[in-house]
Design a protein around this ligand. Structure first.
Ligand SMILES: NC(=O)c1ccc[n+]([C@@H]2O[C@H](COP(=O)([O-])OP(=O)(O)OC[C@H]3O[C@@H](n4cnc5c(N)ncnc54)[C@H](O)[C@@H]3O)[C@@H](O)[C@H]2O)c1
Length: 434
């Protein structure tokens, strides 16, 4: 049986959940405080860049199963299942900021007119779902609700695909009634044999953090080996390819680069380190991953300085601002560190990104934003490729060289073939290979 659902927060996760749950046949109301977002969504326009999402958005708006509102009170009252999908950014001390979640829980308490299942999709510290339960109980004076932890594992850039074909669906759920309702919400995934992991609240919460911390560790590991490969004259591509052939290792997340970024890995690894402190458990590995990743970002600027000398007065073309390809998300992107360091060193930045320039301009309004990679390279002393957008793989090197004043390329994603680049008259620097 399909369910009446309200999804609070229509950002990268809440939007995908709203369209996805509606596509499964549920009736969904997406809620956000941000009126601009809601107005765009009502028109079938996605406020974020995510491949494929607008098709699902329009299809489900047209079907009448999906609507959007800023009116949280009625949306909650009118639903049996309330998903919390608001942000949990890090506080100054590295802990997750739960103020957005708390504000939603207060709204739920005010509108808990009948039995409801409260489902937390936001990534929240271990213990948060039990705290939500206690808060609701205290504020309403009854227990006519259940709380479920349902962490999200989607990857930006492949979010719709990941929502409809997840590797697993984790459900921290301690009541039979809520279990039956959640099973109905995700019936479509059961039909295609997606494994459901039913567990307690704390286990679900920690599965999410452990998964992200592990992936961040894998990236950091290969970056460290890449740095060693550079020093000893080995080729990181052959190393990671060969390592990935080992079934115990798997080839995914073994690509060297400028350090991980994005809205999840940096904050989630820091949150894990904070749990360790809180519970008195040593988290040496995670702490070292955080530190090593910061150094990897800074190392990219050092490579630039080593190759072109003093940056003062030089023009650097930065290609790619998003934290990875196929998204406009710039949260914690390595480009923030790289651009900041270039500016601090007295350099000038000419930037290009197919989708993320508007977001980047909110933080760096004064650098030059260019329509194409070649415009960005105009009179530049060096080009730095920061994001692995496919269009940079196919750069016309002759055109690029022609536009530039200098001839240095720092390819932090190893997108280009060094032999071809050098044959076109460039000096090339990648990561983990000569
Ligand atoms: N982005 C990802 O790739 C990803 C993947 C997995 C999990 N997560 C987790 O999911 C959560 C959401 O992440 P996101 O990237 O979608 O965040 P986001 O910042 O893109 O979106 C959050 C949305 O919540 C809205 N909001 C905040 N308070 C609200 C309130 N009281 N009522 C209604 N709307 C409110 C904001 O206006 C915003 O639109 C975070 O905990 C994150 O860690 C994110």
């Amino acid at each position: 049986m399909s369910q009446k659902i309200c999804v609070v927060g229509t950002g990268y996760v809440g939007l995908i959940a709203s369209v996805g749950l509606a596509d499964f046949g549920n009736t969904v109301t997406g809620v956000d405080l941000n009126e601009d977002k809601i107005n765009k969504l009502k028109e079938g326009i996605s406020p974020i860049y995510e491949p494929g999402v607008e098709d699902y958005l329009r299809r489900n708006l047209d079907s009448g199963r999906l609507k959007f509102t800023t009116g949280i009170d009625y949306a909650i009252k009118d639903s049996t299942v309330v998903f919390i999908a608001v942000g949990t950014p890090e506080n100054d001390n590295g802990e997750a900021n739960l103020s957005y979640v708390e504000s939603v829980v207060n709204s739920i308490a005010d509108n808990l007119n009948d039995y409801k299942v409260i489902v937390t999709k936001s990534t929240v510290p271990v213990g948060t779902n039990r705290w939500i339960y206690e808060l609701l109980k205290e504020k309403t004076g009854h227990e006519n609700f259940d709380v479920v932890s349902n962490p999200e594992f989607l990857r930006e850039g492949r979010a719709t695909q990941d929502f409809f074909h997840p590797d697993r669906t984790v459900l921290g759920c301690e009541s039979e009634k809520a279990k039956e309702i959640m099973f109905n919400v995700y019936r479509s995934l059961n039909l295609i044999s997606v494994p459901f992991v039913w567990c307690n609240l704390e286990t679900a919460e920690l599965i999410k953090y452990a998964s992200n911390a592990f992936l961040a560790t894998k990236i950091t590991f290969i970056n460290e080996i890449a740095n060693l490969a550079e020093a000893v004259g080995a080729d990181i591509h052959q190393i990671s390819k060969s390592m990935g052939m080992d079934g115990r290792i798997s080839p995914k997340f073994l690509h060297p680069g400028p350090g991980y970024g994005g809205s999840c890995f940096p904050k989630d690894t820091k949150a894990v380190a904070m749990f360790g402190k809180k519970y008195g458990v040593t988290m040496n590995l995670i702490e070292s991953v955080i530190d090593t990743n910061d150094k990897q970002k800074a190392r990219m600027v050092e490579k630039l300085k080593t190759s072109i000398g003093d940056i003062k007065g030089k023009t650097i073309a930065v290609l790619g601002l998003a934290f990875k390809q196929q998204t406009d998300d710039i949260r914690e992107t390595p480009a923030l560190t790289i651009v900041d360091e270039i500016l601090k060193a007295g350099g000038k930045v000419q930037a290009h990104d197919p989708k993320a320039m508007d977001n980047f301009a909110k933080i760096f309004p004064d650098i030059m934003y260019c329509h194409t990679a070649y415009d960005a390279a105009k009179n530049a002393d060096a080009v730095v490729i920061v994001t692995e957008w496919n269009e940079y793989r196919g750069l016309d090197l002759i055109k690029l060289k022609h536009a530039m004043k200098g001839n240095f390329i720092l390819d932090t994603r190893n997108l280009l073939d060094p032999e071809i680049v050098v044959a076109r008259g460039f000096i090339y620097e990648g990561v983990g290979r000569k």
